[in-house]
Design a protein around this ligand. Sequence first.
Ligand code: PGA
Length: 259
Amino acid sequence: MNHGIDATRMFAGQFIQSVDLKVSSPTKEAIHTQMLKAWVFPPMLSLAEAQVALFQMGIKVGAQNVHFEEKGAFTGEISVPMIKDLHIYLTLVGHSERRQYFGETNLTALKRADSHLKQGCKVVYCIGESKDERLADRTNEILKQQLDEGLNQEMGEALEDQRLVLAYEPVWAIGTGLTASPAQAEDAHHFIRQYIENRYGKKSSMKAVILYGGSVTTENFKALLECPNVDGGLVGGASLNPDSYAKLLEIAGSALRQS
Ligand code: PGA
């Protein structure tokens, strides 16, 4: 719930300047050719503004919360056909804040992801353990449960062709300033990739994209991206500032060139 329409317009204006100053030509080129995928998920009211302002830079816009039904009496909800009217084909599913405050469960996240994929969207699907679960050494058990209950058999193909992207977001790290260490992130990402291999096979696991989210900053992003199983970031706070978002893109661009 950051950046309404005016703030999004200002963000985009400053971001274009920051990109000019802070993002190298190879990174800009990589964003344009989609070698480096740069996405933003503004609030629903700001989708159109963000789409218009960021389109020319190659930045794709996605929606934070989209219903699984295509239409009907679901007061307050928006649907895939509605975001498609804005030429938006990207959704976020299962974010811990949706789980914590708005009743999202593994089952509703599954229904959303399944329906969005079938309607032709790309989906970024979040999972992650709480602080108590980590302290009780239940991280892998919780991740397994979220994946067992939250993905279906058909999703192996979507993972393989990267229409379904997973984001590991330890709940204790989101918005808290407590980032998972690269070793903690790598352990969880490795577990998730192994899970994909066991359930869907080697090809899906090798091609699957797994993002890390939780207090990513311009200081820690590089080290996180160096982890073999971390393919990118899902960034909250540090993406709200146009300068810092531009720097994050440059860090991702140089990591891509070194890989
Ligand atoms: P954060 O948020 O980067 O501010 O921790 C991450 C998220 O909300 O997904």
